[in-house]
Design a protein around this ligand. Sequence first.
Ligand SMILES: CCCCC/C=C\C/C=C\C/C=C\C/C=C\CCCC(=O)SCCNC(=O)CCNC(=O)[C@H](O)C(C)(C)COP(=O)(O)OP(=O)(O)OC[C@H]1O[C@@H](n2cnc3c(N)ncnc32)[C@H](O)[C@@H]1OP(=O)(O)O
Length: 340
Amino acid sequence: MQQNASSTTQQKSADRSTVPPAQSIITDITTSSLEPTEPTEPIDLTTTGEATELPTASTPGEDDSLVVQSLHGLGSPLLPAPIQPPTPPLTPPPAYSRKYVAGLFTFEQLSIFLIYPSTIAVGSLISIVSPPESYFGLRTNFFNVFFVKNGWFWTTITFMVHCIRLRISKPSKLVIRYAFATLWWFLFTQWFFGAPIMDRVFLGTGGVCFVNDPEAVPGDERKVHDSWSSFGCRHVKGEWAGGHDISGHSFLLTHASLFLWFELLPVIMERGPLLRQINTKIVFVTLALWWWMLLMTGIYFHTFTEKVTGWLCGIAEWAIIYILLPGNRTLTTMVGVPGV
Ligand SMILES: CCCCC/C=C\C/C=C\C/C=C\C/C=C\CCCC(=O)SCCNC(=O)CCNC(=O)[C@H](O)C(C)(C)COP(=O)(O)OP(=O)(O)OC[C@H]1O[C@@H](n2cnc3c(N)ncnc32)[C@H](O)[C@@H]1OP(=O)(O)O
């Protein structure tokens, strides 16, 4: 391995156009594992990178011996190495692209990121100008009740459909990223040591659950119920009113969409056969539905600030896992980066 390292390093400046692609890949793997330099820029999640596992400082192990075998072109490391063809020059590992906007996003990442605030902005504008009469303005519409109200379930199914066809070597990293996304959805909308975060914000900003009291004097039927969650308030047929009611739809639809987009991005960027698979189309259908429902939320429900806070909370976990963490090799090694 040492010998290979020095010879590959010496070739760094050679002409790239002469490199056979397969050899180039092998050299990348070898060099990545021998040169554990800190990345100076975030890791590009849009490339077709080799996967969820980042190259780390090499501790000789199973993976290294595989690389040695591959370089020798042999089935067994016990056989003598054949005469090496000239070692090809380095090409940068595909997971470390340099095309960044504002040092954080690639162009594709930025475009995806901007879809959601623009949708909320356009929806809110339509709601002010003239919201059209629509089936989607009903809380009880089928797409809301069946899909969005079970939105994390459908996102999970879609993610699984996407994952089962991938070639990546470490599925555990996929599960870790899914677990982080699920945890944030769960804490925010379902349970946070009692009431979920969104309900705590509502109560903390003066919100209460009003219920009708049939025994009260006429004109004073509304009384405050002591439920501490929107779920509990719905259960007693109360009205959740008064505080800052963060839009759960804006949160969930943004959070789920960014999660799916960023897991799918390497497949899109590769522009290979995976992109044409039915699995990819299913992910796009879910993304399209989530986008449409977010637009409907923008037009028919909540105040503008409630939608903006929902969106801000919806980008929080994504920003950490997919934008900020890739600047740190150690932390990224824990969660991996999406791949194909
Ligand atoms: C080869 C490798 C393989 C690797 C596999 C990889 C990974 C997988 C790993 C492991 C997985 C293993 C097994 C997993 C299997 C299954 C697990 C599934 C786990 C689940 O996943 S199981 C959970 C299902 N559980 C959900 O998924 C619930 C989602 N749900 C929510 O989290 C909330 O529900 C939320 C936040 C969406 C909304 O909360 P909200 O509704 O209370 O609040 P919001 O402020 O948004 O709305 C105020 C009023 O406006 C109305 N409104 C607003 N916008 C509207 C619109 N556009 N149209 C119509 N109405 C609208 C509302 O309808 C409401 O009206 P109203 O109060 O009358 O209803």
